[in-house]
Design a protein around this ligand. Structure first.
Ligand SMILES: Nc1ncnc2c1ncn2[C@@H]1O[C@H](COP(=O)(O)OP(=O)(O)OP(=O)(O)O)[C@@H](O)[C@H]1O
Ligand SMILES: [Mg+2]
Length: 247
């Protein structure tokens, strides 16, 4: 383990993002007890806000990239990043806060990955391939295979965005390998496939804060299970003309 606890110590600032229930919950601290932690929850529940703040605390650009490489931003920390306190293990301190050349931390942020690619593809310590010559999902794996390996901290925000079902399973295998190699992953996701990784801890963010939940009990999994069973039970609530089962 590299990071074991996240807290927002008092005094607690006012205004956004401290109005988000999940962020308010950080006043009591959240323990990270397993090599892989998933953050799940509805749109707007605060997953990205939290992952970006962890990136800040670890000296990684909140727009994605590697620790110690501020390739394109104002360099300003996010409001939560300024308030967040992370507890590191000795190994964590060495790999995340140690000498720049020894740092092993990468933030895979799906939303801005191709911007990152334009800045760093071909540079030493990144990947060779030009992502613009690859499909969306192929580009993701070029970066994941090269940057997410071995002991280190890996932050991810919706890495499933471009991935097929089969590619999500490939990412589960990669995450499992990294966890066994001594790496730590904190991943915001909407994917029930990713969140199924055995041994991972799942934190569900909602209007009450943050709760640890089992995969089978997640709202996310429950909705997918019911939807696949009976799509029209959902579709009739959203389609004006009622719904027939898809053929
Ligand atoms: N810069 C900002 N200023 C004010 N509010 C913001 C800002 N960025 C995000 N928010 C708000 O903070 C809340 C949490 O946003 P966040 O992006 O963390 O959600 P999320 O859980 O990652 O959602 P999604 O699943 O859609 O990615 C949202 O209500 C969002 O509108
Ligand atoms: Mg998000």
């Amino acid at each position: 383990m590299l990071i074991t606890r996240l807290t927002v110590p008092p005094p607690h600032p006012r205004g956004w993002p401290f109005t988000i229930p999940a962020v308010r919950r950080l006043a009591d601290g959240i323990d990270l007890t397993t090599p892989v932690t998933f953050l799940v929850g509805e749109n707007g529940s605060g997953k990205s806000t939290l992952v970006e703040a962890v990136a800040d605390v670890c000296g990684i650009n909140a727009e994605g990239g590697k620790a110690g490489t501020r390739y394109a931003s104002t360099g300003e920390a996010t409001p939560l990043g300024r308030a967040l306190h992370a507890e590191f293990t000795t190994t964590g301190l060495r790999l995340i806060r140690g000498p720049r050349a020894k740092r092993r931390a990468f933030f895979f942020r799906a939303e801005t990955l191709f911007n990152l690619g334009q800045n760093v593809s071909g540079l030493p310590g990144f990947w060779e391939e030009d992502l613009t010559g690859q499909s969306h999902g192929e580009g993701f794996f070029t970066v994941l295979d090269r940057m997410v390996a071995g002991p280190g901290l890996y932050l991810m925000d919706e890495p499933e965005a471009a991935l097929s079902f089969t590619s999500c399973l490939r990412l589960v295998a990669l995450m499992d390998r990294v966890a066994r190699e001594g790496g730590q992953i904190i991943c915001a996701t909407h994917s029930p496939v990713l969140a199924s990784l055995p041994g991972a801890r799942i934190l569900e963010l909602d209007e009450d804060g943050i709760h640890c939940a089992g995969w089978k009990d997640l709202h996310l999994v429950d909705h997918w299970r019911r939807f696949l069973e009976t799509p029209d039970a959902y579709l009739r609530h959203v389609l004006d003309h009622g719904a027939a089962s898809p053929s």
